[in-house]
Design a binder for this molecule. Structure first.
Ligand code: FES
Ligand code: FE2
Length: 441
């Protein structure tokens, strides 16, 4: 039915432009959920969100309410948050501990942490001779078709076929390597609460913005300029003439101008993933950084330490649901709710074994740049809403992605932006290329 309504997706996507209905048509949204979000590997959460047996955390994958749960043997399972009896949601809280097993609040069917039916009250008297009982898999909670964990980051796919998680991630797994390698113990730990923001715009508008190097010096200029003024005042008063790094996190939006952004590069990979190379100086020579460096050198040796801290990444986009800023231990997960509503979860992490001051740095970036209370985020949210409003009008049919078209360099399927083309719209072209491939089924 849906396919009859959308007979030729190719007419919606051209190499340099996309029809506006791609962002506003509820039928296209439904098809996206079927063919993209409920098929590919989607980030569920970090294993440290559920450290103990029975711990669970709810998460939305496509349109499906799911549970990520830790079993007694330590294994992590991802289950549909639904009782097989009459469909009651198994866990109504966002997170918690199920105890030794799940127990449905409606008629007390119980289930193991891996979803298998454990007991039905009065099973013999009520169900003898019926199809209902322990041997019928329909009486167990349904599991996500596939669950995999990469360095503590748990992903699930609701389709039984498709590439493995590592094949899917490809080069974009550097996001997790970069984050974990920066920890003296080689692991990160999630800070177990996140900001949740519901954006009144289509999910793709957020993802397209993540590696849009053209917008920061325009959209965030006023925020950056105000921070830069304060930074200069603080620096003038400081003994060594330097303001703390947190001022730089905001002032960079003014001091890194469009011509400087052009000097950076995006690398665009299969499946829609993209990397934006680094632009922020994150290695000041303050006592906190030096203390961290000392611990890292003791752990890894000078050579490996240099390799780790010189990984030059600002941002990794793992299409279609994750935006990671590994050097500052941040990530944002995208959960589409409807064609014009998108939930983002904004998380940050601790580097295991690193001094508290390094965590405070990550927290500062989290609050100053990515939280709902910062002007940076507000600037973006306003654009997202305005984009969705404009695209809902009859003022034009196309969204255009033509900047630096034709200058991309294709190296065996990896598209690099040419020198001084950092503000290219190649990442958006790459995302829409992947979108069209997924949507063709
Ligand atoms: S709906 Fe869960 S036990 Fe009845
Ligand atoms: Fe922005």
């Amino acid at each position: 039915m849906l396919q009859e309504q959308i007979p030729d997706l190719a007419k919606y996507v051209e190499p340099d432009r996309v029809r506006r209905e791609v962002y506003t048509d509820p039928d296209i949204f439904e098809l996206e959920m079927q063919r993209i979000h409920e098929r590919v590997w989607i980030y569920c959460g970090h294993e440290t969100q559920i450290p103990k047996a029975g711990d669970y955390y709810t998460v939305q994958l496509g349109r499906q309410p799911m549970l990520m749960v830790r079993a007694s043997d330590g294994k992590i399972h991802v289950l549909y948050n639904r009782c097989p009896h009459r469909g009651n949601m198994m866990c109504g809280d966002r997170k918690g501990n199920a105890g030794d097993f799940f127990r449905c609040s409606y008629h007390a069917w119980t289930f193991q942490h891996d979803g298998r039916l454990r007991s039905i009250p009065m099973m013999e008297s009520g169900y003898a001779g019926t199809r209902f009982g322990k041997d019928n898999p329909d009486c167990s909670m349904k599991r996500a078709a596939r669950v995999e964990n990469y360095r503590g980051f748990v992903f699930a796919s609701l389709a039984s076929d498709g590439p493995s998680l590592q094949e899917f991630l490809g080069a974009s797994k550097v996001a997790f390597d970069d984050m974990c390698d920066r920890a003296p113990e080689g692991e990160v730990e999630i800070v177990p609460n996140c900001f949740r923001v519901i954006q009144h715009s289509n999910w793709k508008i957020f993802l397209e913005n993540q590696l849009d190097a053209l917008h920061p010096s325009v959209t965030h200029q006023s925020t950056g300029r105000a921070a830069h003024e304060v930074e200069k005042m603080i620096a003038a008063k400081a003994k060594k003439g330097e303001a703390p790094l947190s001022y730089h996190m905001l002032s960079a939006f003014a001091t890194v101008t469009i011509d400087k952004w052009d000097a950076f590069q995006t690398l665009n990979y299969p499946y829609g993933h993209c990397i934006l190379t680094g632009y922020m100086g994150l290695r000041p020579q303050d006592p906190d950084t030096l203390a961290y460096d000392k611990i890292m050198i003791a752990k890894y040796g000078q050579k490996r330490f240099e390799e780790i801290v010189n990984v030059n990444i600002h941002h990794v986009l793992i299409y279609p649901g994750l935006s990671v800023q590994s050097p500052l231990q941040q990530l944002r997960a995208v959960r589409p709710l409807s064609v014009d509503r998108t939930l983002t979860e904004i998380w940050h992490f601790r580097l295991k074994g690193a001094p508290e001051a390094i965590y405070r740095r990550s927290l500062a970036y989290y609050n100053l740049v990515n939280s709902p209370s910062t002007l940076v985020n507000a600037d973006d949210l306003e654009n997202f809403w305005k984009c969705h409003q404009g695209l809902s009008s009859n003022g034009g049919d196309w969204v255009t992605f033509g900047r630096h078209l034709g200058r991309d360099i294709d190296k065996n399927g990896v598209v690099e932006t040419a020198p001084n083309c950092g503000t290219s719209e190649a990442p958006m072209r790459n995302q829409m290329k992947a979108w069209a491939e997924y949507m063709r089924g």
